[in-house]
Design a protein around this ligand. Structure first.
Ligand code: OGA
Ligand code: MN
Length: 282
């Protein structure tokens, strides 16, 4: 097996290179990539140009795919590939994609363990905007001052799609606003997630509406401060997409967001998800 990894920043990111493209599609490579995703949070394959079939093969080899969002698309013929686009001919619910402009974790309000990882292939790169940013909540937790770690220990936040879409609620056409805001469930999660490995990350992002048992303003302010802390350059990474780039990230230890882009850029990403095996636990 000849695939190589190179760190991108001190606390986050790894870039993959390969001798032969076929080297990526073996169980041994998948295990090495999975371990690297856990270690470095974000793993980038520059311009590998995967087909849907190849992306699904890697997804399955790394741990089993899970369907996060109902089929939205007319172009891809595989139900397990979600097309991330603002083109409403392909995606009749562009609001959901506009919600990706704000820091979030995927699948945090559905009734299953949060997906371990999200995988995105760039099919059409935008010429302006549309980079994706990742913030490691492992590194961010680790870097908190001891008294802040203690202050958030044992706290729980209430998460909902409604909260994550509240920044764009006014832009959702009234006729389906209630339906869109009502997607998913309302879920309570500990802010500090102690993983089976013993490592700790934070479950934060715009899905987090308020903190259980705290006054709403103080709880929201705390959630926003934690988001800002995690998003600082030391713990985060911005990826500028070229066509064919493929990125895998640890959804259980990172928030992510898209830098705003316009529909006219034609930006198109194909997304798959790897099932999670751990429920959020304190
Ligand atoms: C998503 C998502 C980010 C992006 O599809 O869940 O957050 O940059 N996408 O498109
Ligand atoms: Mn997302």
């Amino acid at each position: 097996m000849a695939i190589h990894f190179e760190n991108i920043k001190e606390f986050i990111g790894s870039r993959v290179s390969w001798d032969s493209r076929d080297d990526i599609f073996t169980p041994e490579a998948a295990a090495a990539i999975r371990a690297k995703v856990e270690e470095r949070t974000v793993v980038v394959f520059p311009q590998i140009d995967l087909s849907d079939e190849e992306q699904l093969r890697i997804t399955d080899l790394m741990g089993g795919k899970v369907r996060l969002t109902a089929r939205n698309n007319v172009q891809s013929n595989d139900q397990d590939v979600y097309q991330v686009t603002l083109d409403e001919k392909i995606n009749p619910q562009p609001e959901y994609v506009l919600g990706t402009f704000f820091w979030h974790m995927d699948g945090i309000t559905v009734d299953m363990p949060p997906p371990f990882a999200t995988l995105l292939s760039c099919r059409i790169a935008p010429d302006k905007g549309g980079e994706t940013e990742f913030a490691s909540t492992y590194a961010a937790y680790e870097g908190l001052p001891e008294e802040e770690k203690q202050a958030i220990e044992g706290l729980k936040a209430v998460h909902s799609v409604r909260a994550s879409l509240s920044p764009i609620a006014d832009a959702i056409p009234e006729k389906h606003r209630d339906k869109v805001l009502g997607i998913g469930l309302v879920k309570e999660h500990p802010i500090v997630w102690t993983h089976e490995s013993g490592r700790k990350s934070m479950v934060i992002g715009t899905t987090a509406d308020h903190i259980v048992g705290m006054e709403i303003p103080a709880g929201r302010a705390m959630l926003i401060r934690l988001q800002e802390w995690a998003a600082q350059p030391a713990f985060s990474l911005r990826h500028k997409w070229s066509k064919g780039d493929f990125v895998i990230w640890d959804n259980t230890g990172a928030m992510h967001r898209a830098i705003p882009y316009d529909k006219s850029t034609g930006r198109m990403m194909h997304r798959t998800s790897i099932a999670g095996s751990e429920k959020v636990a304190a």
